[in-house]
Ligand binder design. Structure first.
Ligand SMILES: Cc1cc2nc3c(=O)[nH]c(=O)nc-3n(C[C@H](O)[C@H](O)[C@H](O)COP(=O)(O)OP(=O)(O)OC[C@H]3O[C@@H](n4cnc5c(N)ncnc54)[C@H](O)[C@@H]3O)c2cc1C
Length: 456
């Protein structure tokens, strides 16, 4: 139950996690002040930011359901039921994500989703938004935070009952906690970066001769992958019938961003490595040159809280690489779980925050590891016949024993099983499969030996 206190809960960062947390707290009746570095996107339009679209899956949807927004968000989303692999000859192979045809991940527009969350939180009288306020520092003892009101060049300070740091991978709140005793922190950059490109609607591609999917130049109900070993490109559909492509390439080397030195290198590079895609990208040169090349980082820290005063969630607590499509989903799950402990234990904030850290940390570590491992799967293994066979076996076993055998991808994307538990269960299943395969091989060998002996 909310305390009869004048001091509000403060959320720093009104990105995806912060805006959803504001919805949860507003709904529960807390007074909430949200501070965001960027201008109000409802006034100024979305400024900058990362990836235009994201894959939303069960964990995210579950949290959105709890605040009454799932239906609205899914109405604006495009379901993707599997991966469509493009080889260097332009040949396609579809790989379903699940034996259950209902299972899908959903391509959502980051800006639109953020607006939906902001508007939903703002509809409550007990929430106030302070855009254009960049957090400079926090005082963990009070707690309070200081901000630069950027467009006015003014400095503002505000007190809070609890500060929730939802200010992303380069969190100012976390930076301050790093100066506290026994706060662990690590960050690791990937050797790969990313750059976003675009495939326009079929009608806007000169000489388009492929299959038109209701205005899309490719099948919109799949996540497209061009796996090339050490590097890859992917594409997710948008409501406006475009695709956002993301190149995940190493910064260095012959297949990396440094291989493209001038704009004249772009088309030959794509012709060589992504020949079927280049035909669908009439604005390739301009978008390639115009869009930034960004880096990818894994951030781990512990604890995520400070006494009964400060807590981190989302990327501020655990930035992960995007190869399992789980960063936002994990941030939304953080909100759901934090809300659960608030409902259970508040106003004992020390218990709320400590329980949250202790329960979530192992799960965040597990998805961080699985996201790194999935990069190798996406850019490399998906193209191998052995991998495809294994996927088919997984799906067949899942169809036969839907509750007993659940492939890792399904547990991560289509369930709310805690990440660490999903990983442990998948490892157990792998061991069983290996043992079964070894037993079958041993029996076959035994039969062959018995047969040979009988013949002699
Ligand atoms: C290329 C790419 C693709 C991705 N694809 C997926 C996907 O398919 N599915 C998925 O689930 N996840 C995906 N993610 C991850 C997802 O984007 C993040 O995990 C998610 O945005 C985290 O939400 P957040 O609220 O913690 O952080 P953010 O969304 O980054 O929000 C942080 C907010 O804090 C504000 N802020 C920062 N500093 C300050 C400050 N000092 N003061 C005040 N405000 C501040 C920022 O302006 C921002 O609004 C992808 C990420 C990348 C890079």
């Amino acid at each position: 139950m909310p305390e009869p206190s004048d001091t509000p809960l403060m959320i720093i960062g009104a990105g995806l996690g912060g805006a959803l947390m504001a919805c949860y707290l507003a709904k529960a009746g807390y007074r909430v002040s949200v501070y965001e570095r960027r201008p109000d996107p409802r006034v100024q339009g979305f400024v900058g930011g990362r990836s235009i679209n994201l894959a939303l899956s069960t964990r995210g949807i579950t949290a959105l359901q709890e605040v009454g927004l799932a239906e609205k968000v899914l109405d604006q989303a495009i379901p993707m039921h599997g991966r469509m692999m493009h080889d260097t000859e332009g040949d396609l192979a579809f790989q379903s994500y699940s034996a259950n045809p209902q299972d899908a991940i959903h391509s959502v527009d980051r800006g639109q989703l953020n607006l939906t969350l902001l508007n939903a939180a703002d509809a409550h009288d007990n929430v106030s938004f302070h855009f254009d306020h960049r957090c400079l520092n926090i005082d963990p003892a009070k707690p309070s935070a200081s901000f630069e009101f950027v467009s006015k060049g003014e400095f503002v300070e505000a007190d809070a009952r609890v500060i929730i740091g939802a200010d992303g991978a380069f969190s100012a709140v976390r930076s301050r906690l790093q100066r506290e005793d026994r706060f662990n922190y690590s960050q690791q950059y990937l050797e790969h970066g990313y750059k976003e490109l675009v495939i326009p609607p079929a009608a806007e591609i000169p000489g388009f001769s492929g299959k038109d999917f209701d205005g899309f130049a490719m099948d919109p109900n799949a996540l497209h992958i061009w796996p090339r070993g050490g590097y890859m490109m992917i594409a997710l559909p948008n409501q406006d019938r475009t695709f956002t492509c993301t190149c995940f390439w190493p910064f260095r080397g012959a297949t990396g961003f440094e291989a493209i030195k001038t704009e004249h290198d772009i088309e030959p590079f794509f012709q060589k490595h992504f020949p079927d895609a280049v035909q669908l990208m009439p604005t390739l040169r301009e978008t390639y040159m115009g869009n930034p090349t960004s880096s990818l980082v894994t951030v781990r820290c512990f604890p995520w809280h400070h006494k009964d005063k400060i807590v981190l969630l989302g990327d501020a607590a655990h930035a992960i690489v995007p190869f399992f499509g789980q960063g936002m989903n994990a941030a939304f799950e953080d909100c759901r779980v934090l809300n659960e402990y608030i409902t259970q234990y508040a106003p004992q904030w020390d218990i709320v925050l400590e329980t949250f850290t202790m329960k979530r940390k192992a799960n965040a570590d597990a998805i961080a590891d699985m996201a790194l491992a999935n990069f190798i799967e996406m850019r490399d293994s998906v193209a191998s016949p052995m991998f495809r066979l294994r996927k088919k076996l997984d799906n067949t076993l899942h169809r036969w024993m839907p509750n007993t055998f659940v492939p890792l991808y399904n547990m991560v994307s289509f369930s709310n099983i805690p990440y660490a538990e999903a990983r442990a269960r998948a490892e157990g299943q792998n061991r069983l499969l290996l043992a079964a395969a070894a037993t079958i091989i041993a029996i076959v060998l035994l039969l062959v030996i018995v047969g040979i002996v009988a013949l002699l």
